[in-house]
Design a binder for this molecule. Structure first.
Ligand SMILES: Cc1cc2nc3c(=O)[nH]c(=O)nc-3n(C[C@H](O)[C@H](O)[C@H](O)COP(=O)(O)OP(=O)(O)OC[C@H]3O[C@@H](n4cnc5c(N)ncnc54)[C@H](O)[C@@H]3O)c2cc1C
Length: 387
């Protein structure tokens, strides 16, 4: 069978892989994008996967003409964030006080993926292999060779692994990922609420985990409850009415009575450290390159920052080939600090609030209340959420 050659093969068309393909639209590079399944058509029901998208990520999605394609009635700006510690400690981050129109936008994963897909199917320098799944992948000195399940053979100067946490490409390359299990699941569900949320995202650090309520339009919220696996199992076993009651109580009835919208789902949580994230002819992006606790809502945002950096390096490659290691190392170096900081901060916060030692309990609440009084520190925290 004839082998089709590309400059870059992107394996995985989740938000991160799709965004990279779209960002390289005017690059003059010949691209292949491979994924076993296309995104679902959006429906009137809310998606169970709902993300806080930072303004920096919004700018990237606007730049590739995807954000504009999302039904604006399904996008909700976040005007403030309330973080509640135990013992009534509280930190409030406010958009107006921080001089920005909103801290983030809340959007459905399915809506973002569908919007990206619509831009990709019109992209002249892109060939989409979907449904497509790799059977074997090998690198030689000059190129990588991918055989798909249906027997098609593709080759490329560079393979980009964007195939998520359990990356098949990473495994084929023999790159070890260190996984630290949080022994928690992220239980996600949506609810309508009795009282308006006033565009405030709320988060409680509780003995049984971290509960987050993200505002949706139409007086509704999306919940992420990161909680021990055994408690997650109990939450999933409740009837919708029982779950709504538990979640309302855990959130101190801040929005009155809640009513479940659709089914709850749970995702196991772990910290994933991957090193290296580049090899000759290979670059890892998104969850294939790093995994973080969802308490700061940073996973997709971190992945989209990989996209910006890798695209910038590829566009500025001059005489280099896309798979050249010195070029790819520029990407890895540029991403190192952001990835390490996000992993350390989210992991540190998880451990700080996970332990029940009385001294730690006191320290963390003093910490929250002190930060609440220090405007420059608060501004810094806001800036972190805006990149
Ligand atoms: C409970 C929870 C809440 C979260 N909340 C937020 C939030 O508020 N904000 C935020 O930024 N992040 C959040 N995240 C993180 C976010 O879900 C991930 O960071 C994000 O999905 C990573 O995107 P990705 O495109 O790298 O990987 P994925 O979304 O996993 O996409 C991988 C793609 O690769 C494809 N694929 C898999 N295997 C293969 C293969 N062998 N060949 C070809 N294709 C393949 C898959 O079909 C898929 O399309 C949350 C995560 C959890 C668990």
């Amino acid at each position: 069978m004839v082998t089709r050659h590309f400059d870059i093969m992107i394996v995985g068309a989740g938000i991160v892989g799709a965004a990279l393909a779209a960002t390289l639209r005017h690059s003059g590079l010949n691209l292949a994008l491979i994924d076993p399944r296309p995104p679902h058509e959006p429906t009137v029901d809310w998606d169970t996967r709902i993300y806080a998208i930072s303004p920096g990520s919004v700018a990237l999605l606007q730049h590739v003409n995807a954000w504009q394609r999302i039904d604006s009635s399904r996008l909700t700006p976040v005007h403030a964030m309330q973080v509640h510690g135990d013992r009534n400690a509280r930190l409030v981050l406010d958009a107006i006080q921080s001089g920005v129109p909103q801290l983030a936008w809340i959007a459905e994963a399915g809506q973002i993926q569908h919007a990206l897909w619509q831009t990709l199917v019109e992209q002249p320098n892109l060939t989409i292999f979907c449904p497509g799944q790799g059977r074997s992948l090998h690198w030689s000195a000059q190129q990588a060779r991918l055989e798909l399940d249906d027997g098609q053979c593709l080759s490329a100067d560079l393979v980009v692994a964007a195939d998520g946490r359990a990356s098949w490409v990473r495994e084929q390359a023999g790159i070890i990922a260190r996984r630290d299990d949080y022994h928690q699941s992220g239980v996600v569900a949506n609810f309508s609420c009795e009282r308006p949320h006033r565009h405030i995202a709320r988060q409680w650090f509780r003995d049984d985990g971290i509960l987050a309520w993200l505002p949706l339009s139409d007086r509704a919220i999306s919940m992420v409850w990161s909680t021990p696996a055994e408690h997650a199992g109990r939450l999933l076993a409740y009837t919708p009415e029982q779950l709504a009651q538990q979640v309302a109580t855990a959130g101190q009835h801040a929005l009155g009575k809640l009513q479940a919208l659709g089914q709850a789902a749970a995702f196991p949580l772990s910290l994933l450290r991957v090193n290296p994230i580049v090899r000759p002819g290979l670059a890892l992006i998104g969850d294939a390159a790093h995994g973080v606790h969802p308490l700061s809502g940073q996973g997709v945002n971190l992945g989209l920052r990989d996209v910006s950096e890798l695209a910038a390096v590829l566009l500025d490659r001059q005489a280099a080939r896309c798979g050249d290691l010195p070029l790819l190392e520029r990407y890895a170096r540029a991403r190192r600090a952001d990835i390490l900081t996000t992993q350390s901060v989210t992991d540190g916060l998880y451990h700080l609030f996970h332990h029940q030692h009385p001294l730690l309990t006191r320290l963390r609440n003093i910490g929250l209340n002190t930060v609440a009084r220090l405007d420059p520190v608060k501004s810094w925290l806001v800036q972190q959420s805006l990149i």
